[in-house]
Design a protein around this ligand. Structure first.
Ligand code: 2AM
Length: 170
């Protein structure tokens, strides 16, 4: 079994911008994500067997959406999860189409998926206590592909491994 999820994976430049913003925030006890782990989850799949993974990958080949830009311009504190995340006020309909297509694909593979309303976000830090009052300079994320990611637990903590990437250009 692999612990899998579909995600948008940032370019090196976008990752640098996200990390530099993340390093500018401070709060007691905050556990910031490593720069290499920053991403936007599209669909969390959880424990997945090898056969289902092959099926998911094959079906993902037929997803067609146009490239889009995400403007990350809000810092939010999610009280229940105790996380600080970067979010966006509005997002391109292409992102909604992509998430819908991935949900359908998981359904076709008989996977049980949590039915939470989708809200694109980048978790920046865990163990947060409150919102930080800081001006957010919008970060533009050019999305040209989506990825299947494996969440790997290591002695140094969680590490996200890109297993496959699908370009929107087809
Ligand atoms: P997040 O996107 O809010 O940070 C890998 O665990 C990724 O999948 C993380 O980005 C995580 O949360 C997201 N995720 C969504 N639902 C999850 C769940 N039920 N369990 C674990 N991670 C989940």
């Amino acid at each position: 079994m692999k612990r899998l999820f579909f995600a948008l994976w940032p370019s090196d430049e976008t990752r640098k911008q996200l990390n530099s913003f993340n390093q500018s925030i401070a709060q007691n006890g905050l556990r910031k994500l490593k720069a290499d782990n920053l991403h936007i989850t599209l669909l969390f799949l959880g424990n997945t067997c090898a056969i289902t993974e092959i099926l998911l990958r094959k079906k993902a080949d037929s997803i067609r959406v146009q490239p889009f830009v995400l403007t990350l311009d809000q810092l939010e504190f999610w009280r229940k999860a105790k996380v600080l995340c970067l979010t966006t006020a509005q997002y391109d309909p292409q992102l909604g189409l992509l998430v819908d297509a991935l949900n359908q694909l998981a359904e076709q593979c008989a996977m049980h998926i949590e039915e939470r309303a989708y809200k694109p976000h980048i978790t920046l830090a865990r163990k947060a206590q409150k919102l930080i009052d800081i001006k957010v300079l919008p970060i533009q994320w050019q999305a040209d592909s989506f990825c299947l990611i494996e969440s790997c637990s290591t002695a140094e903590g969680v590490h996200y491994q890109v297993l496959q990437s699908w370009s929107f250009a087809g």
